[in-house]
Design a protein around this ligand. Structure first.
Ligand SMILES: Nc1ncnc2c1ncn2[C@@H]1O[C@H](COP(=O)(O)OP(=O)(O)OP(=O)(O)O)[C@@H](O)[C@H]1O
Ligand SMILES: O=C(O)c1ccc[n+]([C@@H]2O[C@H](COP(=O)([O-])O)[C@@H](O)[C@H]2O)c1
Length: 205
């Protein structure tokens, strides 16, 4: 199922970084490597989204092109895997994707990964509180969005489920809801910035 025949063993720890990857860039790779190390994950799977339900289709490259850009940025790193799991499952909403993955891989320990920009926005996602109740969540700091850790609606709603950062290595073992905020050096790279300068000599890695 979009995993190249790989079957994760029981208790395997997998971080899920969902995204448009329009295109993929070094910021995705940086966050994923941070996640792998700080959360003691076996792998990080990039879920290249068929179409973010809240983003316009205009300007969205094809799934094949975005997957190709993800593979190029990962460039064979053994701990990172670019996938089209949502296309294979037929899901568009994260809540559905997480339920389907947990059903399919009942013994895998999944953690939902996202940048701090998405902590601001997640309360607009379909059945967003269900997401927090399905898998542990790790939020990674991002320039301009650090305040999301205290001010966002999601942080406030789930304040009692917040795990101190020192607990990050065991987050994957916890029962949801459980989430942590991971402080890290700010990485300013974004797909928006890359698209704005497309055609010019921009580094995506
Ligand atoms: N530089 C970064 N630092 C922290 N998190 C990031 C960074 N770049 C991307 N992410 C996170 O990776 C996930 C997928 O991001 P996405 O594919 O939307 O890239 P993006 O650069 O945010 O794109 P866009 O600028 O088009 O919104 C999101 O959870 C996002 O917060
Ligand atoms: O489920 C939703 O309603 C929902 C709404 C907006 C975004 N998402 C997911 O959030 C992830 C990040 O999206 P993006 O486009 O900001 O990279 C990606 O996996 C999307 O499918 C999910």
């Amino acid at each position: 199922m979009a995993l190249g025949g790989f079957l994760p063993p029981p208790r395997y720890r997998v971080g899920l970084l969902g995204g448009s990857f329009n295109p993929a860039h070094g910021g995705h790779r940086f966050v994923s490597l941070q996640a792998r190390r700080r959360l003691a994950l076996d792998e990080v799977w990039w879920l290249v989204s068929p179409q973010n339900p809240l983003k316009p289709t205009r300007g969205m490259a094809t799934l094949a092109d975005r997957l190709a850009s993800a593979r190029e940025v990962i460039s064979g790193h053994p701990g990172l895997r670019a996938t089209t799991v949502e296309a294979a499952l037929g899901t568009r909403y994260t809540a559905d994707t997480l339920h389907a993955l947990r059903f399919r891989f009942a013994k895998v320990r999944f953690v939902w990964l996202m940048g701090a920009d998405n902590l601001w926005q997640i309360d607009h996602w379909d059945r967003w509180t269900e997401i927090f109740h399905t898998v542990p969540v790790a939020v990674f700091d991002r320039p301009s969005y650090s305040l999301s850790v205290t001010v966002s609606k999601a942080a406030q709603r789930f304040r009692r489920a917040r795990v101190p950062e020192r607990g990050a290595p065991e987050l994957a073992e916890l029962t949801a809801p459980a989430w942590t905020f991971v402080h890290q050096p700010h990485d300013p790279r974004s797909a928006t910035a890359i698209r704005a300068t497309q055609g010019k000599d921009v580094r995506t890695r």
